[in-house]
Design a protein around this ligand. Structure first.
Ligand SMILES: C[S@@+](CC[C@H](N)C(=O)[O-])C[C@H]1O[C@@H](n2cnc3c(N)ncnc32)[C@H](O)[C@@H]1O
Length: 289
């Protein structure tokens, strides 16, 4: 179907583009680069595959510093309303700052846990959560709420890093713990490695909450190092993982344990030229069954 002269007239009347963003402005520079490299490959897979339509009601659960919330709002445009729900006060402030500087008007922020979503039954076309589900303390309560607010023909699209994340490192943790005779540590390492979801168990708990799988895509990210100590000094590891890894080992043995792991990584770098941490990426779409 072609676009008529009448359509163009209406469009031109209606159109109001926002101004250019100034590269020299401090506040534009401040909000320019915010999506972490950790989140980005998950979000790219999500944004490349989510179902899209006009006049949609979209909900992003656990948007952190605004991702993919702000992308969703810009891609769905004026006819849609994009709700973002999160509990992280500082990150919400950051997101609100971006929304203000970019002049975005179709986002509504909900500052509360998604265990209770303040939206009506059967009112949302699309729920997204980039790296959210594995972080919710009461995941099933959140999923029950998703089921309540999702329209009968709506979709819930999630990404997560399943079991297999950082496998090369977990195997060296076990080698180091075995070498040092730390039997309890081995149990803790295995429990930590196995706490992550895998595809089949996500499918099962989603089915328990009334969702059926509609689409699945996988990908992989790799973080490469040529220096063993750098693995543990990397901001991503210090921010997201190191605290839990330290709990594997009794405090008095932590320094010895991590020295051993670093020596094992160094040995691998000597033979392979680098040490690679692989991160499997899972994108899943569910609908109401
Ligand atoms: C790993 S971050 C992902 C952030 C963002 N989506 C991204 O891709 O960068 C997980 C987010 O889930 C949020 N979160 C955790 N529990 C939540 C809950 N019960 N309700 C809503 N958000 C929650 C956290 O505050 C955090 O912003």
């Amino acid at each position: 179907m072609g676009i008529s002269y009448f359509d163009i007239k209406i469009l031109m009347k209606d159109i109001k583009m926002k101004g250019i963003l100034d590269w020299q402005s401090k506040e534009v520079v401040n909000i320019f680069d915010e999506t972490s490299l950790w989140s980005a490959p998950f979000g790219r897979l999500l944004l490349a595959n989510i179902p899209m339509k006009k006049k949609a009601t979209v909900l992003d659960i656990g948007f952190g510093t605004g991702f993919p919330l702000i992308e969703l709002s810009q891609r769905f445009g004026r006819s849609s309303t994009i709700y973002g729900i999160d509990i992280w006060d500082e990150a919400i402030l950051r997101t609100e700052e971006k929304i203000r500087v970019l002049g975005i008007q179709n986002i509504k922020i909900l500052k509360q846990s998604a265990e209770k979503i303040p939206l009506a039954d059967d009112s949302v076309d699309l729920i997204c959560s980039n790296l959210g589900v594995n972080n919710f303390e009461h995941k099933l309560a959140v999923l029950q709420e998703c089921h309540r607010v999702l329209k009968h023909d709506g979709s819930i699209c999630i990404t997560t890093n399943p079991i297999g994340t950082f496998e090369a490192l977990y195997s060296l943790f076990i080698t180091a713990a075995e070498f040092l005779g730390l039997k309890d540590a081995i149990k803790n390492i295995e429990a930590n490695r196995n706490h992550r979801d895998h595809f089949e168990n996500i499918k099962t708990y989603m089915a328990d909450e009334g969702f059926i799988l509609h689409d699945k895509k996988t990908d992989e990210d790799v973080i490469r190092f040529v220096d063993a100590l750098s693995v543990f000094n990397h901001s991503l590891i210090r921010f997201g993982f190191l605290a839990s890894w330290k709990t594997f080992i009794a405090e008095e043995m932590q320094a010895t344990f991590f020295k051993k792991v670093i020596a094992l990584i160094q040995r691998e770098i000597k033979t392979q030229g680098e040490f690679s941490l692989k991160i499997p990426i899972l994108y899943l779409v569910f609908q109401k069954s």
